[in-house]
Write a protein that binds this ligand. Structure first.
Ligand code: NAP
Length: 290
């Protein structure tokens, strides 16, 4: 059976790894901070010391780290993936990064004789644990097809989108939706509260209309109870807003709302809300509305 390496066992990487183990795959793991691999090891993952060791033992290595600089560190840094190359190695990056960085990383892997796929996903650890992510893929189609069985375990839907950089461009448009939805829901809840109503009434009415969303039907009920246990941190969404705005600028796309949102999420990070869930933008609005 295909051996799958996972580099980066934060919230998303851990859930993907647990689901692969549950699906009887052999999983090899590395994380910069050692205690974050404990749960995976307890469930049967093999722990190794470096990204190089992961590469040596895997047919496919999935990187799930913070940003492009972290991908470069684990790929090309000391004891990085490229030093553990085996003849058939494929690297697939699930981190959300800038499309231009993805192209550069793809080229550097190719220069080292390693095939590279970009596999950004929609959905957090709560759905990854059941293999219900939605995956966007770019790179060489035959490599995607070779490992499609693994991607179909990780995700309920995969979309092959073409050459390097394409999957990340679409992923950015997706995360723009997340940022805006969390913000508009939070502003609606804040307005309702200030008008003296229980926000549950707002949600009940909203969810009776065409304008309801998965977020308003599910996560919003945690938000109004001030439950901001992170599945995707506010600071990681802010990181993505930076990428969205920089990419828009480089493409000549004018995105006024993304620009505004970037500033609001930055203010929330500066005010100490970065480590909680991205829906904690509601807690930040509550604080500035006091
Ligand atoms: N959570 C979600 O819902 C979700 C959904 C889709 C996409 N994503 C994307 O997936 C990626 C991971 O997200 P997450 O939620 O799992 O974040 P997370 O819990 O904050 O984990 C981040 C991971 O990146 C590693 N890392 C950061 N900088 C590094 C470096 N320089 N070298 C090596 N490792 C480094 C961290 O290692 P340490 O433990 O040592 O810090 C940790 O394993 C991000 O790009 C995020 O945008 C997340």
């Amino acid at each position: 059976m295909t051996k799958v390496g996972i580099i980066g066992t934060g919230m998303l990487g851990e859930a993907v790894g647990l689901h692969l183990l549950d699906s009887k795959y052999e999983v090899i793991v590395y994380n910069r901070t050692k205690n974050k691999v404990e749960n995976l090891v307890k469930h049967g993952a093999m722990l190794v010391d470096t990204p190089k060791n992961v590469a040596e033992k895997s047919d496919i290595v999935i990187t799930v780290v913070k940003d492009a600089s972290a991908v470069s560190d684990v790929a090309f840094g000391k004891n990085g993936i490229i030093y553990g190359v085996n003849s058939e190695l494929v690297v697939a990056d699930m981190s959300t990064i800038n499309p231009n960085s993805a192209k550069e990383i793809s080229q550097k892997f190719s220069d080292s004789g390693i095939s590279f796929l970009e596999i950004p996903v929609m959905g957090g650890p709560n759905v990854a644990i059941n293999g219900e992510l939605v995956m966007m893929v770019s790179g060489k189609k035959q490599i995607y097809e070779k490992f499609k069985n693994i991607f179909d375990i990780i995700a309920k839907k995969t979309f092959f989108l073409g050459d390097s950089g394409t999957a990340h461009s679409i992923k950015l448009a997706m995360n723009l939706q997340i940022a805006m939805l969390a913000l508009s829901l939070s502003e609606g809840i804040t307005l309702t509260r200030k008008a003296g109503f229980d926000p549950e009434i707002f949600l009940k009415i909203l969810n009776s209309t065409y304008f309801k969303t998965g977020m308003s039907e599910k996560k919003a009920y945690k938000m109004i109870k001030d439950n901001f246990e992170p599945t995707f941190t506010l600071q990681n969404l802010k990181k993505d807003l930076d990428i969205i705005n920089n990419t828009a600028k480089s493409l000549g796309a004018h995105l006024p709302m993304a620009n505004q949102a970037n500033q609001i999420y930055q203010n929330a990070v500066d005010a100490g809300f970065g480590e909680i869930d991205y829906t904690g933008i509601l807690a930040y609005l509550k604080k500035i509305s006091e």
